[in-house]
Design a protein around this ligand. Sequence first.
Ligand SMILES: *Cc1c(COP(=O)(O)O)cnc(C)c1O
Length: 413
Amino acid sequence: MHHDANLTAERPTFVTHLECSLTGERYEADRLHGLSKAGRPLLVRYDLAAAGAALNPGTLADRPADLWRYRELLPVRHARNIVSLGETMTPIVPLPTVGGALGAPNLWVKDEGRLPTGSFKARGLVMAVAMAKELGVTTIAMPTNGNAGAAAAAYAARAGMEAVIFCPADTPEVNVREIAAQGARVYRVNGYIDDCGKLVGQGAKERGWFDLSTLKEPYRIEGKKTMGLELAEQLGWELPDVIFYPTGGGTGLIGMWKAFAEMEALGWIGPKRPRMVAVQAEGCAPIVRAWAAGERHATRWEDAHTIAMGIRVPQAVGDFLILDAVRESGGFACAVSDAAIEQAVDDAARQDGLLLCPEGGATLAAWREAMAQGLVGPQETVLLFNCATGLKYPLPDRSRTLDRHAPIDWAEL
Ligand SMILES: *Cc1c(COP(=O)(O)O)cnc(C)c1O
């Protein structure tokens, strides 16, 4: 099989229609869509019986190991509209020392930092941009805390589209520069990500930009869904007992939950589901608050603050989808402090050599907390999500200097 067969071979998609996630109302496929009339995300639906006749675990095993090998379960209809920067299958890396310290031999990290632009935002944005291309869009716009904008800018450049990106003024410098370096017009805005989202909405009206905000168009979920397909395939079509997901807009959690349902309908997995844990930061935990209160919808979190910028999302349009999945799975939502996040990042790097991003560190901190409370057992298989490379974040300066002209006390080095 040729290395780029997933990108070049014509393969059918089995999309039938889209559906409002709240009301179930049907929408036509192969059209540009934003939110449903009810103001909620649209979900893409497939003829899974037909897809299952065309694709199975055996055919998948013979395909190159990238995200596009699930083509029959993705919305892009024509190979010419595929964009790609090499969306590789990401490894599942054990944390033997950090896990071993709590007597847990099955603590694993799905390391999404290996993807193009260094974060799992590539999964969602590659699909959203490919669909935008297929449907004739020339300018995309989105709000971002950093990583989504970087992925959008990269894929827009690849697809020959313009990108206009708005980010909170305190977004890390490296992210803002990365977005600009990849050709997008990027603006720092004195507000939060949802304030930036309002500007995108206005720009969409004023200038005809296509709004790629999280869950406001239907295809980012389909890209993020590949995390669920991929981890099942990697684990021999067995799902882990528990998944810890750092939750901002929740696209990945919602996407994986959708993937599990589709795989069960295809007969690739049974009814067993992981307990889904939505992890947030204490300084911005609207989903945790709604979960604890037994609510299906979350209210906006005021004065949001955390070092884990990717999960600093005061309000999520897919709140009920996150909360429904967490509840149906028997999971829970929990918030961790910035101090616990920093400790987790430090421990994973020093003890197991894996440099997590702060959001990934949040999942490790949450697992430790859950172990302490007896919510997760030491023998359970646990998958943490590290959503970006730790290299994209400011690191503490622990360097030392040495004067090579002065006498060196070797015993001190
Ligand atoms: C976007 C992002 C998240 C949150 O992902 P959602 O699916 O939007 O909840 C977590 N971590 C990092 C590093 C991110 O960039």
